[in-house]
Design a protein around this ligand. Sequence first.
Ligand code: B12
Length: 185
Amino acid sequence: METGTSVKSIYLDVFQPAQREMGRLWQTNEVSVAQEHYCTAATQFIMGRLYPYLRIAARNGKRVIVTCVAGELHEVGARMVADLLEMEGWNSYFLGATMPTSGILSAVAEWEADILAVSVTMHYHVELARKLVSEVRRSPDAGSLKVMVGGRPFLVAPNLWRTVGADAFAPDAEQAVSTAARLVA
Ligand code: B12
């Protein structure tokens, strides 16, 4: 940061590849579960310390709720999406891991969000995302809310976002920002 590297670059060029490499090392038994947990805890700790360095653009008056579906423990990617949107002037409400559907629906109503951004990592949570999107669509409080999805299953199967009924998908936090802008334009 002191040599001028942006938070975005540290997120996308350091933490993201490091976390994914950690997963590969865990899968191939080259690191222990404890080492993998420690690495993620360190990443999250440093992300928290970088927060004061986020350069927040002028507020755009838009609100986004960023959440993981119920049961989904992988929250680092969603947090990156939330932070980069905040930097671009969004009011970004990050709900974190394993959010019950009912809680997400209440948050949508309470905060009158423009976009609901849903993160899924485990393939067995995709169905829950589909149900969440359909419940959001039926909710009288949702108004013109748009739904954006992202995370590992949507990277592996590029058209899956349509199957869950979302309005859009983005492959990373940087593109989530441009996609969100397009959705509310
Ligand atoms: C850390 C980690 C964990 C931690 C998570 C802790 C935490 N607080 O987040 C813990 C230990 C809890 C965990 C548990 C498990 N994990 Co895990 N985990 C990981 C690991 C190593 C890193 C995840 C991460 O931080 N990635 C970095 C972020 C930045 O990348 P990302 O999530 O893709 O996010 C980017 C984009 O996808 C996108 N994006 C993400 N969300 C959204 C949302 C929207 C709206 C948009 C637009 C974009 C977007 O933008 C992000 C930023 O650019 C991955 C490896 C990997 N390849 O990711 C395995 C991995 C995902 N885990 C895996 C597994 C198997 C599990 C467990 C089943 C293990 C077990 N047996 O218990 C459990 C399941 C838990 C659950 N119920 O969710 C496998 C999944 C394999 C598969 N076939 O799906 C992986 C891939 C490991 C591997 N093989 O490399 N895990």
